[in-house]
Design a protein around this ligand. Structure first.
Ligand SMILES: Cc1cc2nc3c(=O)[nH]c(=O)nc-3n(C[C@H](O)[C@H](O)[C@H](O)COP(=O)(O)O)c2cc1C
Length: 189
């Protein structure tokens, strides 16, 4: 299994990144390989709704997203990780998600791409500071339609509440263990 791991926090060594790395460690135990992309260190612009992608499924914006499309299409598993910002994804992660309109177009408008959804998995890791019952409602809905656009089945999730300081999750070994377990679930037969 090859995983595309998307690190959506604007800060490094963050709760999100630590959980993502632990997930990849768990997946590696089962032989999975991974490409990890750190969005905050890349140049990914927002969708400008020009619908140039409606012509041939390609986005004309010249930035790092042009590499990521191929990675999204070829990965066996897409792992999206983001903190909760105002009950949604970070702006960095949402920009990547919105740019996947080009893949939605390929799949549903042009019908020139038929992903093998049954064999491809999507999973989300989300981290928030508060503990409300509806903390993850927004990102789960976004993830559902993101995974649909990129042609993977929404297979699993790790949702962590009560994390505010950078790397605070290290003090919660149980949460790191859960992330390792998520990786094993995704990659182990
Ligand atoms: C702009 C901004 C908006 C945030 N919005 C929320 C929110 O709506 N709900 C919440 O529980 N935490 C919110 N947080 C807190 C972060 O989700 C929390 O600190 C998280 O652990 C950060 O993850 P990271 O360490 O991976 O970057 C917000 C933080 C920032 C900076």
């Amino acid at each position: 299994m090859h995983i595309l791991a998307i690190m959506g926090s604007p800060r490094r060594e963050s709760n999100t990144e630590l959980l993502l790395d632990a997930t990849l460690r768990g997946a590696a135990e089962c032989g999975a390989t991974a490409d990890k992309i750190v969005i905050c260190e890349m140049n990914i612009n927002p969708c400008v709704e020009c619908y140039a992608c409606a012509v041939d499924g390609t986005c004309p914006i010249p930035d790092d997203m042009s590499l990521i499309y191929d990675q999204l299409v070829s990965a066996d598993c897409v792992l999206l990780a983001s903190p909760i910002f105002f009950y949604g994804l970070t702006a960095q992660a949402k920009a990547l998600v919105d740019r996947c309109q080009a893949l939605w177009v390929r799949r549903y408008m042009l019908k020139c791409w038929q992903p093998d959804v049954a064999s491809r998995k999507g999973a989300i890791i989300a981290v928030g500071a508060t503990r409300g019952a509806r903390l993850f409602d927004g990102v789960l809905l976004t993830a559902k339609y993101f995974f649909d656009a990129v042609g993977v089945q929404f297979a699993d999730q790790l949702l962590v509440k009560g994390m505010e300081e950078r790397a605070q999750v290290i003090d919660q070994p149980g949460q790191i263990d859960e992330a390792v377990e998520l990786g094993r679930r995704l990659a182990c037969p």
